[in-house]
Design a protein around this ligand. Structure first.
Ligand SMILES: [Fe+2]
Ligand SMILES: [Fe+2]
Length: 182
């Protein structure tokens, strides 16, 4: 919160990526057809674009502007965990999306608690609730086409890898920053 503008810029790119990821997944349903897949992806994409609009509005009201390019080392490292080739690729992509959602959610809840700006506090609280819904939606879709034991063992592996990846992040005004060392 020491640098709210940089945090909002990082957040905007996160929302943009979440929206494009949902649209990329829109036509990647597993097997012949999966009921609810297209509806879930369009709903996530719609929410993420709405979040992006809200972040960029807040950013400009606070005197900032969007950069043209932005790096997200956390999400890039997570994407490297995806095993290429179906059906594992799709399962892994859903689990990576669920991980990013739940970690964002956790961070938004902390930001809502510590922000002394009313507008930011209510915004962070609203995105906390919305991203929690996305986390559940991605896991529910994964559960529809995978065996429960396979899903839970892969989720545990992903959690262990994610723990290592988040610990490697540098501290700073980013949604997925690391913890400052003391
Ligand atoms: Fe979002
Ligand atoms: Fe989301």
């Amino acid at each position: 919160m020491a640098d709210p503008i940089s945090l909002l810029i990082d957040h905007a790119f996160l929302e943009k990526k979440a929206a494009t990821n949902a649209l990329e997944l829109l036509t990647r349903w597993p097997n012949d057809w999966l009921d609810g897949w297209v509806e879930a992806m369009t709903a996530v994409a719609r929410d993420e674009v709405a979040h992006l609009a809200q972040v960029t509005r807040l950013l400009s009201r606070k005197g900032g502007r969007l950069d043209r390019f932005h790096k997200n080392p956390y999400a890039n490292s997570l994407r490297q965990l995806v095993r290429k080739g179906e059906p594992t690729e799709l399962l892994d992509r859903l689990l990576v999306a669920a991980l990013i959602e739940v970690r964002s959610c956790e961070r938004f809840s902390v930001l809502a608690a510590v922000s002394d700006d009313d507008e930011l506090r209510s915004f962070y609280h609203a995105v906390f609730l919305s991203e929690a819904g996305h986390h559940r939606a991605f896991l529910e879709l994964a559960a529809k086409f995978s065996v429960p034991t396979e899903l839970s063992s892969r989720w545990q592996e992903m959690l262990a890898s994610e723990e290592r990846i988040i610990a490697q992040q540098h501290p700073g005004p980013r949604i997925h920053s690391g913890v400052p060392s003391r």
